[in-house]
Design a protein around this ligand. Structure first.
Ligand SMILES: NC(=O)c1ccc[n+]([C@@H]2O[C@H](COP(=O)([O-])OP(=O)(O)OC[C@H]3O[C@@H](n4cnc5c(N)ncnc54)[C@H](OP(=O)(O)O)[C@@H]3O)[C@@H](O)[C@H]2O)c1
Length: 248
């Protein structure tokens, strides 16, 4: 996709999982890619995969940190708000701290990243993408704060899409089902701990959500992001694109 070469992308949470898969995919298309996260070591390791990838340490829950991040990167054509985290607990055992953590990283983090990215966007325009989740389109038991945050991301994207519609900018959400990443490995460990299930059974329980009977490959998320940033996707705006094998 030659329309990506020579452009600049910022990917939060780019040091692992879907973020690092997207970073590599854009870098291979000739895009200069900034990857952001809190762990410098993790970012350095991911950045070593390609010479077009550079790390920038940032915490997406902090307004100051996001502003400093864009001071380092300068204007970016493609802003991908991907950083996220999930925790699970029964609703009545969810305390305020857990609620704030989930809203902070998964919703406020997207708000701060897209707002600052839009303010600094080059005059020729660009693309804003939020990595939401199938949990932004349906509910799952024991993750109400995470699902509330991801539904919030979808609402934010649909509203912002109307604001930018007359400009050369689009904003969309990608909503993967359970992916083959560290986050899902952690979910599997939690299920094992709380239910006594074996690792294989816990993994199978998550896979069972997807009618295609598999975890989503982060590379599929990367290819969808490449497409959304290509010239051919200029009319795609305000969409929440489900990548979950027909689960929704
Ligand atoms: N895994 C799934 O099944 C699944 C399904 C649907 C949607 N998603 C969504 O897809 C996105 C990527 O998930 P993943 O599976 O690739 O997870 P992952 O491998 O755990 O990656 C999450 C990334 O977010 C970064 N991060 C977390 N908190 C941060 C903060 N406060 N500031 C900056 N960076 C932060 C982490 O880096 P540091 O810890 O170094 O900061 C990490 O690199 C997330 O938004 C997630 O909710 C995941």
């Amino acid at each position: 996709m030659s329309d990506l070469a020579g452009k600049t992308a910022l990917i939060t949470g780019g040091g692992s999982g879907a973020g690092s898969a997207m970073a590599l995919a854009f870098a291979e298309c000739g895009t200069k890619v900034w990857i952001a996260g809190r762990s410098e070591e993790r970012l350095q390791k991911a950045a070593s995969a390609h010479e077009n990838i550079s790390p920038v340490v940032a915490d997406v829950t902090s307004e100051q940190s996001i502003k400093a991040m864009f001071e380092t990167t300068g204007p970016c054509h493609f802003i991908i708000a991907n950083a996220g985290a999930s925790e699970s607990a029964p609703f009545v055992k969810t305390d305020m701290e857990a609620w704030q953590r989930m809203i902070g990283v998964n919703l406020t983090g997207v708000f701060l990243t897209l707002r600052e990215g839009l303010l600094k966007m080059p005059s020729q325009g660009g693309r804003l993408i939020a990595i939401a989740s199938s949990a932004g389109l349906k509910g799952y038991a024991y993750v109400a704060p995470y699902a509330a945050a991801k539904h919030g991301v979808v609402g934010l994207v649909k509203s912002l899409a109307l604001e930018v519609a007359k400009s050369p900018i689009t904003v969309n959400a990608i909503c993967p089902g359970f992916m083959d990443t560290e986050m899902t490995a952690q979910s599997i460990a939690n299920i094992m701990e709380k239910t006594g299930m074996t690792k294989d059974d816990a993994r199978a329980a998550l896979i069972a959500h997807n009618p295609q009977g598999k975890l989503i490959d982060p590379v599929d998320v990367a290819k969808t992001a490449l497409w959304l940033c290509s010239d051919g996707a200029a009319s795609v705006n305000g969409q929440a694109i489900a990548l979950c094998g027909g689960e929704i």
